[in-house]
Design a protein around this ligand. Structure first.
Ligand code: C2E
Ligand code: MG
Ligand code: MG
Length: 598
């Protein structure tokens, strides 16, 4: 082992690094060559290089395991290997160390050819002066650093500095292979922050970025050292847990994560509260390849979100069965659309002051050949996820127009008919134009058309929603917010959105009879709507007690089984007729208890 002596002024590269000792491992079995290098370092008074000399690959590997080197100077003819073999062995022992190979005059070409195979530079023995040798070593170190940096960038997320999706997938691949060999289990967690968008929208993107960074730090703390945490993109994170005992352990880790995330964050000096939803899949229980594992965890995560967020959900066999059912239903919806198997029913909305028909809500019905009536609550979500809701919604729009025209042809007075619009439809850039086109083609007065949107659709991206709503209003249709009170409306936005009606969700109406909180909420919504000059429609009114409560609080319109089940178009006609003369209007008892439609 030889240590160089002090020297200054070896050129700019050396000067830059002068403050730092460079540890050099020389792997060279020819002692003359080794002595030559040591002597020339001494001759030039080089003090910032610590030269360590070994004579075989075996010894080099031992040294690399024992200490960190800044560069390896590697002869390619060693007693225990030659050529590329030597390079491979060094790399296997320490992949991050730069390598400069030493070649003789006769194998310079070979040295050149392996330059991009993990070798940063080569030197022809010892044809250059010391200065050239040193420069080669330092450039090699520099090149290796940028190579490592590039590797890092390809594998790590630059915002949070944790592994990215690419890296995570590779780790997952390895982990499942290991688990297969060793008969162990791997859990995959898929996390998605709840309402991260709201943070971004209200506090700004920089705050959002900071939150994600903090999130990564906190998640890191909640898992074990060997577990892999990655950011898959946006507000999605994933965790890979190897050697997990089973669902019970996964559950306790998931609970730990939820608790840790639920603690307030401090972003830019402000307290921010967020929650997360976690989907969990376990290999090999949910027996799958890597791509499917991620997909399964994603599906489970969505289920967790649907069940009210801030919780976790396993992807289980039952979930798998649901998945198959989903695909079956999706196919059947496709067929039912092309075979025109869907029909519409209309539920009356009653003016609580005049007791007359104020409007109608069009609701889809589907009578399945084998399974009988399938509820919209079952098929609408599938139609939404699969995108079938777009053509189906278009059909609803046209069918409502045709029905209005038939009623008009029968010389009946008309009332506005509302249709339910789903997010997928509202998100279409030309949705307003489609509405306008249909109304124009069918020659229907736009004021007879009302669109029911839900809070979630509007709060997702408030700027876009405002723009979309303005476009819809320009067509002349009315807009109402359906199921109001169940989502997370920001009242500020509500004030700025061009809407006409709030429909109080039927869960609140249902609870009026026995829950004081619901009474307060209903009261608050009615008074809020009043101050925003919106009308309120109470959904799902079933009892007289509920009706009285609503009338007393000033609710203007109600809809529900108390007044009637949804009716087919023909059954609506007598109620339209009632509008002509001074008929007594909707007495709740007068209405047919409809058998065929609900
Ligand atoms: P929604 O828009 O809130 O419609 C009201 C639902 O409440 C209807 O269920 C209606 O039959 C039911 N309902 C009305 N009065 C009462 C009552 O007094 N008590 C109870 N318990 N329920 C009552 P339906 O027809 O099963 O529709 C369920 C949901 O499916 C609708 O909720 C709507 O979100 C969706 N939907 C229905 N038709 C369409 C459509 O054409 N397009 C879209 N996108 N969604 C639709
Ligand atoms: Mg509705
Ligand atoms: Mg509703």
């Amino acid at each position: 082992m030889i240590v160089g002596a002090c020297h200054a002024g070896l050129g700019s590269v050396a000067e830059r690094c002068r403050c730092k000792l460079m540890k050099l491992l020389l792997v060279e079995d020819n002692l003359d060559d080794a002595d030559f290098l040591a002597a020339s370092l001494r001759r030039h008074n080089v003090s910032d290089i610590e030269l360590n000399h070994v004579t075989s690959i075996r010894d080099a590997v031992i040294q690399l395991r024992l200490q960190r080197f800044d560069v390896v100077l590697l002869d390619l003819h060693l007693p225990d290997g030659s050529g590329m073999e030597c390079v491979d062995a060094i790399q296997a022992a320490e992949s991050s160390v730069p390598i400069v190979v030493l070649s003789g005059q006769d194998d310079e070409e070979f040295a050149l050819s392996i330059l991009n195979k993990g070798v940063q530079d080569y030197l022809v023995k010892w044809e250059g002066e010391t200065r050239a040798i040193l420069r080669a070593m330092r450039y090699a170190a520099e090149r290796k650093r940028s190579e490592l940096r590039l590797n890092y960038l390809a594998q790590y997320d630059s915002l949070t500095e944790i592994p990215n999706r690419q890296h995570f997938q590779e780790q997952l691949e390895r982990a499942t292979a290991r688990a297969r060999r060793e008969g162990r289990k791997v859990a995959l967690f898929f996390l998605d922050l709840d309402q991260f968008k709201v943070v971004n929208d209200t506090l700004g993107h920089d705050a959002g970025d900071n939150l994600l960074r903090e999130m990564a730090v906190r998640l890191r703390r909640s898992i074990r050292a060997g577990d892999v945490l990655a950011r898959l993109g946006g507000d999605e994170f994933a965790v890979l847990l190897e050697g997990i005992s089973g669902a019970l352990e996964a559950e306790s880790i998931a609970k730990g994560i939820l608790e840790l995330i639920a603690e307030p964050f401090f972003v830019d000096g402000r307290e921010v509260n967020v929650t997360t939803s976690i989907g969990i899949t376990i290999y090999p229980n949910d027996n799958s390849d890597v791509a499917t594992l991620l997909k399964n965890a994603d599906i489970a995560m969505y289920q967790a979100k649907e069940q009210g967020r801030n919780n976790f959900k396993f992807f289980t066999e039952r979930m798998h069965a649901e998945l198959l059912e989903y695909h079956r239903l999706e196919q059947e919806i496709r067929d039912a659309i092309s075979n025109e198997m869907f029909t519409l029913v209309f539920q009356p909305k009653v003016n609580l002051v005049t007791r007359k028909l104020e409007g109608l809500e069009a609701l889809l019905r589907w009578e399945h050949k084998e399974r009988g009536n399938i509820s919209p609550t079952e098929f609408i979500p599938v139609a939404e996820q699969s995108g079938h809701i777009v053509p189906l919604g278009h059909w609803v729009l046209e069918e409502v127009c045709r029905t209005l025209n038939r009623w008009q042809a029968a010389s009946l007075p008309l009332v506005p008919v509302s249709i339910n619009v789903s997010a997928r439809q509202f998100q279409q850039a030309d949705f307003h134009r489609r509405i306008a086109d249909v109304l124009r083609h069918q020659n229907v007065d736009p004021s007879l058309m009302e669109l029911e949107l839900t809070e979630g659709m509007l709060m997702e991206d408030t700027d876009l929603a405002k723009h979309g709503l303005a476009q819809l209003k320009d067509t002349g249709v009315r807009v109402s917010i359906d199921d109001f009170g169940t989502g997370h409306s920001c009242l500020n936005y509500l004030r700025r959105f061009p809407i006409d009606v709030l429909k109080i969700d039927r869960s609140f109406i249902n609870d009026i009879d026995h829950c004081e909180d619901s009474q307060l909420i209903v009261e608050a919504i009615i008074s809020l709507a009043g101050s925003l000059r919106l009308s309120t429609v109470a959904e799902g009114v079933e009892t007289r007690h509920q009706l009285n409560f609503l009338v007393e609080r000033g609710c203007t319109v109600a809809q529900g089984f108390l007044f009637g089940q949804p009716l087919v178009a023909r059954e609506v006609m007598p109620f339209l007729e009632d509008l002509i003369d001074d008929a007594p209007g909707f007495a709740t008892a007068r209405l047919p208890t409809n058998k065929q439609t609900a």
